[in-house]
Ligand binder design. Structure first.
Ligand code: HEM
Length: 543
């Protein structure tokens, strides 16, 4: 009797657990539920979703389960996902029903990512709250103004610096590419190119922290709740967060001090300080430093991906590279192209757009969270479901993009392709691509991205033949992979080697001359501005 009781209890317990699991399994995989991969109780489908190249698994499931519907359902540790694989469904859910499908899911490994408790720090990750609403308006206004002013010449200046750096140190191209994007954002935000390295580091720190492929606590979320003393992820995030916020604030305070002495040239922070809080509803310095800092960070890791993939595309498609060079030589009559030339450069725009289609840099898309229960095509969708617009699937839809796996810029240039649009002075444009997201949360950096890519890729085509590098020992071409990247939320290709061959000695000399001229002008204008300020302050006597 004494032996029997514990054994019977154990058997009963195991039986009850098995019965419960079978019941839950049946419920979550009920035939009337939205199709999707078979789910296991509690863990859902976490066991076979790889962290690396996650979008490929999502696409594999799309091919298996979403059929003509254009969506399927899956779950990860209780988080519900409606994965959308057809543009029409994304339109319906994220644009037409944007009113209650525009929230964001929480990023577990950031403190208050949604600003639910008023942190006001990360605009793209905020829930649909008051901070998001006013920071979105602020960001939109500042970026639009900068775009209308052709970024105050900053992009042209940095593209010239990049060409000179590529001539002088071509092997360092990955660093100089990223640094160019960073210098553009640092000048716009704080008028200080010397901040670029720190800004890039900060940008990758945040991107890693918020990506599923970042800390394990973004996937195995319960780990985040371990007490801080024994929680290495929280300790690391405290440090990253505090350093980033202190740095953003220090930028604002320095800009204010400079401004008070009349020594601050135009930039977003000066714009904010001069216009005051009233016009933007921004609550004060902390929020302003965050919204401007965030703009600077986002503008780096987003543009680096397509710009790096453009190099890969051109190396693998020399015919298209030659076509871009010819178009630029003819349309610009030997000059480096500017944004005013863009209407005359459809082949350049087609190669940029096709690069972004062929190798999208946010391949999973960015999830929206539903704010209310809803019914969609006869299925019940509970509040809190995450809608994932799978960009990799949209851009590989064979009906819209025949031969989807290959780089075919002609799909944007020749009548007969489903994506062809006229006039070619306006189309192709990357603006409005599915890669920039949907509805109320659509990306605010579309013009900046397009303009920076036209300026940088145009300058490259004017100056260089982009080629594979020869192995100095074997003399063989060093391969440039087309399908190796990191797996963060926003991706870029893994490190590779390539050659930048100046198209002629004359082009090389002209590129170096253009940079020297631009740099001298920049230094002169800065010195004159500061001298004038010092004269006004009475530090220097006017003779
Ligand atoms: C290739 C370049 C870029 C891509 C592919 C891209 C993509 C995206 C995506 C997918 C979203 C989320 C959309 C959604 O939730 O539906 C987004 C949001 C955002 N993007 Fe971009 N982006 C790029 C460049 C930029 C740049 C250069 C900036 C600014 C300098 C920028 C600023 C923002 C902001 C502020 C948001 C948040 C909007 C909101 O939550 O309301 N992006 N972007």
């Amino acid at each position: 009797m004494q032996l029997f009781t514990p054994t019977a209890l154990c058997v009963a317990l195991v039986g009850a657990v098995v019965f419960h699991l079978v019941k839950v399994f049946r419920e979550i995989n009920h035939p009337r539920k939205i199709p999707g991969p078979t789910l296991l109780p509690y863990i859902g489908r976490i066991h076979d979703l790889p962290i690396q190249y996650m979008w490929l698994k999502f696409k594999e499931w799309a091919d298996q389960y979403s059929g003509t519907d254009g969506f399927y359902f899956t779950e990860m540790l209780g988080a519900k996902f409606l994965v959308v694989t057809k543009e029409k469904v994304a339109e319906e859910l994220l644009v037409k029903r944007a009113k209650y499908n525009s929230d964001r899911p929480m990023v577990r490994s950031l403190f208050d990512s949604k600003s639910t408790f008023g942190s006001m720090e990360y605009l793209p990750l905020m829930g649909k709250n008051q901070y998001w609403s006013r920071q979105r308006k602020f960001t939109h206004a500042y970026l639009t103004e900068a775009s209308n002013a052709h970024y105050y010449g900053v992009m042209y200046h940095e593209a010239k610096r990049w060409l000179a750096r590529l001539i002088e140190n071509p092997d360092d191209f990955e660093y100089s590419l990223e640094d160019m994007s960073s210098k553009i954002m640092c000048q716009l935000a704080w008028d200080d190119v010397n901040l670029s390295e720190a800004c890039t580091k900060s940008a990758w720190g945040l991107l890693t922290q918020m990506s599923p492929a970042g800390p394990i606590t973004n996937v195995i979320t319960p780990l985040w709740h371990l007490p801080t003393m024994i929680n290495p992820w929280k300790i690391a995030e405290h440090k990253r967060h505090d350093e980033q916020q202190a740095w953003w604030m220090e930028r604002l305070v320095t800009t204010r001090n400079n401004l008070e002495q009349g020594r601050q040239r135009p930039c977003f922070t000066r714009q904010y300080l001069e216009r005051g809080e009233k016009r933007s509803n921004i609550s004060g310095d902390y929020e302003a430093s965050s919204v401007i800092g965030m703009m600077a960070l986002v503008g780096i890791f987003t543009v680096v991906g397509p710009l790096s993939y453009y190099l890969v595309s051109m190396i693998h498609h020399p015919k298209w590279q030659a076509a871009v060079q010819k178009e630029i030589d003819e349309a610009c009559e030997g000059r480096v192209p500017t944004l005013d030339d863009a209407p005359k450069l459809p082949i350049l725009r087609a190669c940029i757009k096709e690069t972004m289609r062929w190798r999208p840099n946010v391949p999973t898309g960015v999830a929206h969270e539903m704010e209310a229960d809803d019914e969609f095509r006869g299925y019940f969708l509970p509040k809190g479901t995450r809608i994932l617009p799978l960009d990799w699937a949209f851009l590989r839809d064979p009906e819209k993009y025949p031969d989807p796996n290959n780089f075919r810029p002609e799909r944007w240039l020749e009548p007969g392709w489903p994506t062809y649009q006229e006039p070619l002075s306006m189309y192709p444009t990357i603006k409005g691509m599915t890669s920039f997201g949907w509805g109320q949360r659509q990306c605010l950096g579309q013009s900046l991205t397009q303009d920076e890519l036209i300026v940088a890729c145009g300058a490259l085509a004017w100056c260089f033949n982009l080629k594979q590098k020869k192995d100095p020992v074997t003399g063989e071409d060093i391969p440039v992979p087309t399908n190796k990247s990191n797996s963060l939320l926003i991706i870029k290709p893994d490190s590779f080697q390539m050659a930048f061959e100046p198209r002629s000695e004359a082009r090389k000399e002209e590129a170096l001359r253009l940079w020297a001229e631009s740099d001298a002008k920049y230094q002169r204008e800065k010195e004159e501005f500061l001298k004038e300020a010092d004269e006004k302050n009475g530090k220097i006597e006017v003779v």
